[in-house]
Design a protein. Structure first.
Length: 197
């Protein structure tokens, strides 16, 4: 099924702009910039949005919730319900502690894995949405996770993350057109540009 909404997860405001937890926002910003379109605040959707119409015929919305991460589902659900989108037409871009920096993976459905943004979306819409998982690595100890995700990556880590973003953006047109397996095969065959933490 074609994708009609790409929602990037993160926290609003300059304090969080460059943190690991905001890589979902980084992707949405990059997609809007590539299209030459500015995201604009939309209060009824509790976020910043714009609509992309690609030359190949794909059309979809971009969304950055401004609700803070733990309430991302409010924003995603508001836009999806207004435009009568099914859950399977939504792609959520998020950071993933279980993948090293430099790794990007597409996945359909599943649990939240302790990610509060995913958990809130699941509570509002169910779990059968597409995910683009961008690895940020793990600090090694559970009690360090909160500070870790809300901190900036090192320069090497950020370079690896942005390379993975570039790889993912190359296959998003296939995913958005409903050719998910083709997108997954190509993305998952890419050599990881991961860097040690």
């Amino acid at each position: 099924m074609a994708v009609r909404l790409i929602a990037g997860l993160g926290n609003p405001g300059p304090r969080y702009e460059n943190t690991r937890h905001n890589v979902g926002f980084w992707v949405v910003d990059a997609l809007a910039q590539e299209a030459g379109i500015h995201l604009r605040p939309e209060s009824r959707f509790l976020g910043e949005t714009c609509r992309i119409a690609e030359s190949g015929g794909n059309e979809y919305w971009l969304l950055k919730p401004t609700t803070f991460m733990n309430h991302s589902g409010q924003s995603v659900a508001a836009l999806a319900r207004f435009y009568k989108m099914s859950v399977s037409e939504i792609l959520v871009v998020h950071d993933d502690l279980d993948l090293p920096p430099g790794t990007a993976r597409l996945k359909q459905g599943g649990g939240h894995g302790g990610h509060n943004g995913l958990g809130d979306i699941i509570s509002h819409l169910g779990a059968n949405f597409l995910r683009l998982r961008l690895g940020i690595g793990h600090p090694g100890e559970a009690h360090k996770v909160i500070d870790y995700v809300l901190d900036r990556p090192s320069r090497a880590e950020e370079e690896a993350i942005r390379k993975a973003m570039d790889n993912a953006r190359q296959v998003l047109p296939w995913a958005c057109a409903g050719e998910l397996q083709k997108a997954m095969n190509h993305l998952h065959s890419q050599r990881s540009s991961s860097t040690p933490i």
